[in-house]
Design a protein around this ligand. Structure first.
Ligand SMILES: C[S@@+](CC[C@H](N)C(=O)[O-])C[C@H]1O[C@@H](n2cnc3c(N)ncnc32)[C@H](O)[C@@H]1O
Length: 261
């Protein structure tokens, strides 16, 4: 299936930079847990699938990894490259604009990572990810829940069906990822943590956000419904969008792979 370039390029206008506070909090939590599990990044070659604006890529390059970051969205990678330059790690970062399914994998990397990306949305793409690493892989995805009251209200007002905000957004839950590792008898460690963040949009930006979210769920937007829901979420001229979620991390190591600890 072709990746939806337009959705992610639009999203890139608002998606947080690598050093956004709530983004950094989650990434630090994940990387500390990796360290506790004897995963070190210094001098490692890393493939970051669906790297976005580099929330993983840049901290890993700062830890001394040589990171290849791939993403379908030119807008996301532009911000990633700007921040890599700004933080003095651009010599450790290579970017490729590509869909993961179509990416020509020319070699194996020490570590493969995919974080919060619908690039990993089918078994075949997980298998490609498993084959992309010599040593170990890290998958970060949604855990048991993700709630966003604005998106829920929009979806409910546009459909009679109850929506699940994770499964309808092209996400691959961590539990599904673990099931596939179980089937393949691949051992792994996992951890789950609660997180949350708040976005503030002008009315026009929020309308664009609402159109994108409904489009993603293949629902036809109704202007009057959208406007009334946005008005109900306004505080001091801004539309407030709050998300609460559980995130999970899965870490698997290849048998016979040498450890760098
Ligand atoms: C929610 S963002 C996550 C970005 C980053 N990994 C993070 O954790 O902050 C999802 C990213 O996946 C990218 N993406 C979506 N589908 C993709 C695909 N089929 N191949 C490669 N990248 C994809 C999007 O462009 C977007 O940058």
């Amino acid at each position: 299936m072709e990746a939806k370039l337009t959705f992610w390029d639009n999203m890139a206008k608002r998606y947080p930079r690598f050093n956004d506070a709530s983004m950094s909090k989650d990434v630090n939590h994940i990387l500390n847990w990796c360290h506790e599990n004897d995963v070190f990044f210094d001098n490692m070659s890393v493939l970051d699938i669906g790297a976005g604006k580099g929330s993983m890529t840049i901290p890993l390059a700062q830890k001394g990894a040589r990171v290849t970051a791939i993403d379908v969205s030119a807008g996301m990678l532009e911000a990633l490259n700007e921040d890599a330059t700004q933080t003095g790690v651009s010599h450790h970062v290579q970017t490729h604009q590509s869909d993961w399914g179509a990416f020509a994998l020319a070699k194996q990397y020490d570590i493969v990572i995919a974080s919060m990306t619908p690039a990993i949305n089918e078994v075949q793409k997980i298998e490609k990810m498993l084959g992309a690493t010599k040593q170990l892989g890290i998958y970060v995805g949604w855990g048991k829940y993700r709630t966003n009251k604005l998106v829920e209200a929009l979806a409910k007002a546009h459909t009679l069906q109850e929506e699940d905000d994770c499964s309808s957004a092209g996400c691959f839950r961590v539990a599904q990822f673990m099931e596939i590792l179980n089937e393949k008898q691949i051992a792994y460690e996992s951890t789950f943590f609660d997180t949350g963040w708040e976005e503030e949009y002008s009315f026009e930006e929020a309308k664009e956000y609402a159109y994108e979210q409904l489009g993603r769920k293949e629902l036809t937007p109704d202007d009057a419904i959208i406007e009334s829901i946005l008005l109900a979420h306004m505080q001091n001229d801004k539309v407030i969008v709050q998300t609460q979620a559980e995130k999970g991390v899965v870490l698997w190591k290849k048998l016979n792979a040498s450890s760098n600890s």
